[in-house]
Design a protein around this ligand. Structure first.
Ligand code: PMP
Length: 281
């Protein structure tokens, strides 16, 4: 069944949606995106996503094309029109369409595109096997741009090797997963995750999960760690908006703990989903 998508002010069947070949999102990856989870037909973590969206846009010299309330309304309308109970909403804002030029034009009408991806998000998590790969992305990974070629390449390579995802490594330390933040848990139960900087995306799920862990009196250390340290961890997990908290069972062929999802990631996932449901809008 064809979805209804949103393009520049109109809700249209996906077959009729189009953007210009001169769009700077297409030609220069001059665009910002967000992916927001939907549970029980409601939008999760709205405040966090819209705040990061505004920041990302600002970092590349763009503003919001409309108010946060108007954007939320479009999200809700898409959920309604597509009768979606669970899944993701993808939002992309580009600088707009203009004849190709490296100089960023001013005051162009932005392109705004949103679409839904219905899928089951809640439910038992099996856990992932990951492989490490060099992080070949640009230096401003804190901005959520659509330059996802490197992430797509490492994920594809991981699949080719029969694994589920890649953990990217720079200067000997893990940055993040192809599209998620990563964590390890020590034998003492301490959660270690890379500190925020230009090297990683400030995950919205990361922020909530760390708050929950703190409320649960778990010890947290925000610092870089190596693959070797991760392989000695008792458990590991990753977080992202539509996969919440997902256990990592194996890193570069080394099984963690007994090779099954660990109690810390299981508990954090349960509480995270419970809270995200309650706070959804
Ligand atoms: N890091 C990267 C590189 C990502 O692409 C994502 C997912 N967009 C994340 C981390 C997790 O962020 P969030 O929890 O906001 O989905």
């Amino acid at each position: 069944m064809s979805r209804t998508v949103y393009v520049n002010g109109a809700f249209v069947p996906e077959e009729e949606a189009s953007v210009s070949i001169f769009d700077r999102g297409f030609l220069f990856a001059d665009a910002i995106y967000e992916v927001t989870a939907v549970i029980d037909s409601k939008i999760c973590e709205w405040e966090g996503h819209v705040a990061r969206l505004e920041r990302s846009l600002g970092e590349i010299g763009m503003g919001m094309p409309m108010s946060s309330e108007e954007l939320l309304e479009i999200h809700r309308e898409l959920v309604k029109r597509n009768d979606m109970e669970e899944g993701a909403i993808y939002l992309q804002i580009t600088r707009g369409a203009i004849d190709r030029d490296f100089v960023m034009p001013k005051d162009l009408e932005q392109t705004v595109v949103l679409f839904t991806q219905a899928k089951k998000l809640t439910g038992e998590k099996k856990g992932l096997r990951v492989v490490s790969m060099p992080d070949i992305r640009w230096a401003r990974r804190d901005i959520k741009t659509v330059q996802l070629l490197a992430a797509s390449m490492v994920k594809t390579e991981a699949k080719k090797q029969g694994k589920d995802d890649a953990w990217m490594v720079e200067d000997g330390f893990v940055t993040e997963g192809s599209s998620n933040n990563t964590y390890i848990v020590t034998a003492e139960g301490k959660i270690i995750t890379r500190n925020l900087s230009n090297s990683i995306l400030p995950g919205i799920t990361r922020k909530s999960v760390l708050r929950i862990a703190e409320e649960m009196k778990m010890e947290i250390e925000e610092r870089p760690y190596t693959i070797e340290e991760a392989q000695k961890a008792t458990e590991a997990f990753m977080t992202a908006a539509t996969s919440f908290v997902t256990p990592v069972l194996e890193i570069d062929g080394v099984e963690l703990g007994d090779g099954t999802p660990g109690p810390v990631s299981k508990r954090l996932c349960e509480v995270y989903i419970e809270e995200a449901r309650k706070a959804s809008c």
